[in-house]
Design a protein around this ligand. Sequence first.
Ligand code: ADE
Length: 437
Amino acid sequence: MLLPDTLSNLFSLVINHYYVVAMSFKVKDLGLSSKGRTQIEWAEIHMPVLRLIREEFYKDKPLKGIRISAVLHVTKETAVLVKTLVDGGAEVWLAGSNPLSTQDDVAAALAEDGIHVYAWRGESRDEYYWCIERISEVNPHIVVDDGADLHAHIHAKNLTSGIYGGTEETTTGVYRLRMLDTSGKLRYPVIAVNDSYTKYLFDNRYGTGQSTVDGVLRATNILIAGKIAVVAGYGWVGRGIANRLRGMGARVVITEVNPIKALEAVMDGFEVMTINKACEVGDLFVTATGNINVINEEQIARMKDGAILANAGHFNVEINVNALERISINKKIIRDNLVEYVLSNGRRIYLLAEGRLVNLVAAEGHPSEVMDLSFSNQAYAIKYLVENRGKLNNSVYKLPKELDELIAKLKLRSMGITIDDLSDEQRKYLSSWELGT
Ligand code: ADE
């Protein structure tokens, strides 16, 4: 239940059902904070690059006096980023980027440490937007987002004045921001963190690849070996999932709308077919397209008895859950994140995590090692925006290549891996057009 906005500004703590409401945070239960703290420490051990950046930020205070509003999945890894920003001198306001992805223990630990967290697992749609409103009203200098709901809200409500710039974590959000930019309505510069090599090649591919399989297994405990797994979409996320499923013995089918990606999938050794055909053969379906109604009513109706549906795309629009609800004559919760629907033809269809991001809802999201890369990009992007305030156009930028490469170098170093340098002769060879055979 939500309190009216004015009441959320009370100084004293008010216990409201299961939530704790204070002047500047709203989380499920502050009593979970010690568990959350231990989880954050565990993440930090696996995030060596961000640890280095945190030390640098602590010393140099590049974010002194900077107010940051962030919509991110509230996980142990996000907590490590938030602490880095705070050590850099920032004040951070945080809301979750999915109603079901918040780790309540982590949210509690952050709130106890003075972060303005508005997030709990199981938010309704209204509560989700209420949280976003709370953190967009504080006149942020920097806006950090995962999916672009915060950027969209701030633009729709005309709250852009005083904002130096923003960052965007994910493919879907970058796509929305490019649409905003193309329509001439983007009101501050944005760094598309997603588009750094050290983000999408690792987070989207290995992070989502592993954590999606993790989510499917935690929700179902099925044997992957021998299953026919249909992966819709062969972008970096889709190919990560497809490869992990193949690695565990699944027979993987890819569906695509892009001929080049489809051709890549074929030459990577996957079977490629239309979703209309795949719907009849798949045991497990995972959507990763960023688009709407990728698995529709008619296709659900033609699936085999026992088919399992999961989504790995940012929004819960890829599987038509409304249609599944409509054509079902019975519905039963089997266990957390696993619901059985019985269709009128008697076939049972299983939906994971309500069709929301299965890796964050049924599991814990990407492992810390991969978020180390993604959130190092976020930290450097935020610092870059602060250093370059007033100098950038209202467009979507990539993080400068030198910073992207620096993150890769630091990660390699943390793994004890040394690579070669070009010799002077090789450098000269590469810089000339005259030298051939
Ligand atoms: N997105 C995917 N995995 C994540 C994680 N572990 N933390 C924050 N955002 C994520």
